[in-house]
Design a protein around this ligand. Structure first.
Ligand code: FE
Length: 303
């Protein structure tokens, strides 16, 4: 089995979004081939209600899927398909915008005023960009949890892992979305589909995703000899780790354990024309979306 090398480690950056929400963006509005089929990843964890209560009032999406995973607090939402409700701790909302949806997403803190959650955008291939919008609301209790003998705990939100299949289905990029906890000091090897691009996002504890077949001392020697080696590999809170190709990733948990999302998906490899929450293949399709918005014909399918 080949271990995926770590190709990049970066920190999520403070970003202002929606009607004035302070969040951290791990990637987005970058070269879309970097983590194709994924376009954007936001961490909206925040302890100050004044930083997130203004939320994300009514706005359009077209051509993508948005995946919201709440860990604490809640997100009240409504959309042009007629869905309304609140996502609570552990819940997931998987929204296929397709031809067009209008929605709003309003975070509310928990009893301590804290909000914790993530939003990922996955691209749709050209033949599905104008598909009917679809909405999947998954309650925390529906998400299978696999626990290994060494205490490693994995929530399988989408895709298949260790014999369990997540409840979210029918998603274009056949992504796998896992919430992984590895206890202190444990080294774990996690399989990842060879043909998928993968990233990890660390949000608790710390650890290393380096290929453990290369002892740290050897890496230091190689670096001293002038080789370009990624040795600052201790990842912690709000770190994004990108991987090269291979069949598995390794993680060595630090002294407090490590918790991260491990997300992978099949690259779409198509041109991307991007205007905020609307992501198409060509500039003309973007112009059409703007014309539709101005003419009131953006929503093709509603409640
Ligand atoms: Fe949105």
């Amino acid at each position: 089995m080949s271990v995926r090398p770590v190709t990049q480690i970066s920190q999520a950056q403070p970003t202002l979004e929606g009607a004035g929400v302070k969040l951290h963006r791990a990637f987005g509005f970058h070269d879309p081939s970097l983590v194709d089929p994924f376009l954007l990843f936001d961490d909206f964890r925040n302890d100050r209600p004044e930083d997130f209560l203004r939320g994300f009032p009514w706005h359009p999406h077209r051509g993508i899927e948005t995946i919201t995973y709440v860990l604490s607090g809640s997100v009240e939402h409504g959309d042009s398909l007629g869905n309304t409700g609140a996502l609570g701790a552990g819940d997931v909302q998987w929204m296929t915008a397709g031809s067009g949806i209008m929605h709003q997403e309003m975070p509310k803190g928990d009893t301590f005023g804290r909000m914790h959650g993530f939003q990922l955008w996955a691209n749709l291939p050209s033949n599905l960009k104008m598909t009917d919008p679809r909405y999947q609301d998954v309650k925390s209790g529906e998400i299978p949890v696999v626990i290994d003998d060494d205490g490693t705990r994995v929530r399988v939100i989408c895709g298949e892992f260790w014999g369990k299949t997540g409840p979210v289905d029918g998603v274009a990029a056949s992504p796998r979305y896992l919430d992984v906890f590895v206890p202190a000091g444990v080294k774990k090897i996690l399989p990842v589909d060879t043909y998928q691009k993968a990233f990890a996002y660390i949000f608790e504890g710390s650890g290393s995703f380096r290929d453990a077949s290369e002892p740290f001392g050897v890496l230091l020697e190689k670096e001293a000899a002038g080789e370009e080696i990624l040795i600052r590999d201790q990842t912690g809170n709000r770190s994004l780790v990108l991987f090269g190709t291979g069949e598995e990733v390794t993680v060595q948990a630090g002294d407090k354990g490590i918790r991260f999302l491990l997300v992978s998906g099949t690259p779409i490899e198509e041109p991307v024309a991007w205007h905020g929450p609307i992501v198409m293949n060509t500039q003309e399709e973007l112009r059409q979306a703007m014309r539709d918005l101005n003419a009131g014909t953006f929503i093709r399918k509603s409640a």
